[in-house]
Design a protein around this ligand. Sequence first.
Ligand SMILES: Cc1ncc(COP(=O)(O)O)c(C=O)c1O
Length: 430
Amino acid sequence: MEQLAILGGSPTHIAPWPKWPVHDETEEKLLLEVLHSGNWWRHSYGQGVELVEDDATSRSTVAQFQRQFALAHDCKYGIAAANGTVTMEIALRAAGILPGDEVIVPAYTYVATASAPLMVGAIPIFVDIDPDTYNMDVRRVEQAITSRTRAIIPVHFGGQPCQMDELNTVAQKHNLIVLEDAAHAHGSIYKSKKCGSLGHIASFSFQLSKNMTAGEGGVITTNNEAYIETIETLVWAGRKPRQPWYRHFVLASNARMTEFQGAILLAQLTRLEAQSQKRSANAAILHELLEKIEGIQPLTRLLSTTRNSYHIFLFRFHPEAFAGISKQRFVAALQAEGISGAFAGYINPLYANPMFTEKQFFSGAWPVDSWQHGREINYANFIERCPVSERACTSEAVWIPQSMLLAEKEDMLDIANAIRKIQANARKLK
Ligand SMILES: Cc1ncc(COP(=O)(O)O)c(C=O)c1O
């Protein structure tokens, strides 16, 4: 029997995987234009806060990008910012979320989904994920609603759209804001509509791992005109359109995106559609290959998903079919087989981080009173309430990153072959 690479044998996959980020002369040209223009920040083009309605004619790369990105995601408005964490915070503020409000978030997600509510003084309430999709479990959302609940933040995890019709129905019934955390969902489509246009407001990230990137960056998309002026003001350090530059109306940080980021993202956007199609096609092949392997269960593809743009291809690992080895050992063996991007994902559900269990919230950041008058939340108690998230972290979830899905069909076969090889030799890994 062939020796496992982790034990000194030859790896299953030897060729390099596609490089990420992808870039070419499109980025180079646009970046050099910004460089030579000297207009490195957006203010170079205006007398102050630029208005979204002027984006169509603006020479600013940020203005052009945010407009094009919004249109490509079925939205009238897009406002870019420094990263996808500040966009979450600004979106919550613009939607009127106040200190002491409760915001329902999934337990299996990146920290920004729950830190953003805290940064505006609101209280994140964690709900478990659906074991079949790893998206927020809609039934649990309704159970978590109290008289203080003001918003829901569904995360289209890995790129698969959440069950938005069901979530929007619950939200309407209880008069809640829906903020889509679409950090994984550039180009994902739910029932023929793009993610980012499915709730009241949405946030995307362009951090390096994301399906399109400028190293850092974020954008808020919405079809609600009522939010726009507040979002602009919050991005531009409290300034207002058509007002003197040094007049600041509300407390806000500077969250502007640079013109260099705008240039790179304009170029990246030209590839999004073709890359999304390629990832989806390869993911379909991988799904079929992996579902045939005992103990490997790709997440369910929902009928409502017109397209998953696959920021992450996720599958569930069942140790019983691999001689009981741990997920961590399995992933290490997979990496050694040349499936180098395979990853075990989050080490614990979000609420188990000291930030939450020890309430390390730097109390000066918002009115602590709202907490004292509110109900006491003990985040350690969420362990019993979120068994699916616990299991995903400790023993089940394996991630294959988007960049590997830009490889060829034969490479998908290598992923399946590597897993079969580990399965056949699993006893030796004990
Ligand atoms: C689900 C989710 N939300 C929000 C973010 C925040 O994005 P950024 O890294 O741009 O701040 C990320 C980034 O990893 C994410 O994965």
